[in-house]
Write a protein that binds this ligand. Structure first.
Ligand SMILES: C[S@@+](CC[C@H](N)C(=O)[O-])C[C@H]1O[C@@H](n2cnc3c(N)ncnc32)[C@H](O)[C@@H]1O
Length: 411
């Protein structure tokens, strides 16, 4: 059955698109990030197109990307199958034909039926061409493309990715992240998290899900002891982490909604959890962690601040690396103590390889919740809440929260 793809299936489509391009390479290679941007764009602007998956009992067996254009020649809108892939062992069973039948059926039932179905097929792909001709497609013309500069392989346009609401540090400036906060600085805290989850788990943990893994700095240490799955909302940050941790599994996902359909001995929500700015979102992120935590496992949450440990402050830092340099001034303050957020203003001074410099202001709006809220939300996700002070007095990361999953819950 062909159906609309859900967000959790993005990575499956990325994988299948890779297979399509390996099997039938076109003149314009498609990188995984480009597929993710397409899927994200379809979600935010559904009139542009849709992604469909072939949902079979054994799992997802194929995908299609379907877009729409206006054709003067056809006298109206044309639904174009931009990409279609069915896994080799499932071919010859009518799945291609059933896609076109479904597109025709949905057009007939819609208030704006299309005038024609269209598709692209390379002249060399004789097998596919024969199928399409049997289905009534005709025409010898081939669409030719010339890329325009803006659409090249350069930096991803800010609004075109799932992370468009994130600060610039996690979008177009992601590549600078390791110069702001280098992985080697995380050895001590990663060792602390490993100790805390090991103590909290009923048996020594072997797998860990890092929700909001960022540049993979914690992961670069934890991967020595644990099998890691790394999830982040930002494809650009995942690329940074992938370079550092190529042996780990990386997936695009929102910690509030992602569902991977499997459990892990431990789940880490490090400082990325600060991006939950309402109690509702925080509850959803904790629920995600609980759903993915195995019975006998533990969830570790490390917000920068709780309401009780917050104090405004500043910090400077940054390093040089590979001919580039970054220095920053970070200033965190709470303009409205009555709401559940505080603000971090960051000024970055970026020095590029060619010696040119740029100053950038970036604002991060982060969540601030009292201890009681954290503990209640952890308990309502079916976890036993624990609070572990790790520093004396207020300051970033002064307290770690744990949620231990001692019994299965319907979550
Ligand atoms: C400070 S970085 C995390 C750094 C990480 N602790 C490390 O070890 O490198 C914060 C990350 O949170 C991610 N993030 C923010 N909101 C998110 C969400 N809703 N779901 C998943 N990731 C999110 C951002 O994309 C960013 O990569």
């Amino acid at each position: 059955m062909w159906r609309r793809a859900g967000e959790t299936e993005d990575e499956i489509i990325v994988e299948l698109c890779g297979e399509l391009n390996r099997e039938d390479p076109g003149p314009h290679p498609v990188a995984p990030g480009q597929v993710r941007r397409t899927l994200d764009r379809f979600r935010r602007e559904p009139w542009r197109g849709q992604a469909l998956v072939l949902d079979l009992e054994g799992g997802i067996g194929g995908y299609a990307l379907v877009t729409e254009l206006w054709s003067n020649e056809m006298g109206g809108p044309v639904r174009v199958v931009d990409e279609l892939y069915v896994a080799p062992h499932l071919r010859g069973r009518g799945h291609g034909s059933s896609l076109f039948a479904e597109l025709e059926r949905s057009s007939a039932g819609s208030s704006a039926p299309v005038a024609a179905l269209g598709l692209e097929v390379r002249p060399a792909n004789r097998r596919a061409r024969a199928l399409y001709e049997r289905l009534g497609f005709s025409g010898a013309s081939t669409v030719l493309y010339r890329r325009l500069a803006r659409q090249g392989s350069g930096p991803e346009p800010a609004a075109a990715s799932a992370d468009h609401q994130l600060p610039r540090l996690y979008r177009d400036l992601a590549d600078w992240f390791p110069l702001l906060t280098p992985p080697e600085d995380y050895a001590e805290e990663a060792a602390r998290y490993l100790r805390l989850v090991t103590d909290a788990c009923a048996r020594p943990p072997r797998t860990l899900l890092d929700l909001g893994c960022g540049g993979g700095n914690n992961a670069s240490h934890l991967k020595r002891q644990l099998g890691l799955t790394l999830v982040d909302l930002s494809p650009s940050m995942l690329e940074v982490s992938r370079r550092l941790n190529p042996e780990c599994e990386h997936l695009v996902g929102d910690m509030r909604t992602v569902r991977l359909g499997r459990t892990f001995d431990a789940v880490l929500l490090h400082d990325a959890v600060c991006f939950m700015t309402t109690a509702e979102d925080l509850g959803r992120a904790i629920e995600t962690a609980a759903v993915h935590c195995a019975v006998g496992g533990a969830v570790l949450l490390q917000p920068d601040y709780l309401r009780e440990t917050f104090a405004a402050g500043t910090e400077t830092g940054g390093v040089d690396r590979d001919g580039r340099g970054l220095r920053y001034l970070e200033w965190w303050h709470d303009p409205d103590p009555d709401d559940s957020t505080y603000v971090v203003d960051l000024a970055y001074l970026l020095r590029r390889e060619d010696g040119s410099t740029e100053v950038v202001h970036d604002r991060h709006v982060l969540g601030l919740f009292p201890r009681a809220t954290w503990l209640e939300l952890i308990a309502s996700a079916g976890l036993e809440p624990r609070l572990v002070p790790v520093a004396s007095g207020p300051g970033p990361g002064a307290e770690v929260l744990l949620g231990v999953k001692s019994s299965p819950r319907a979550c």
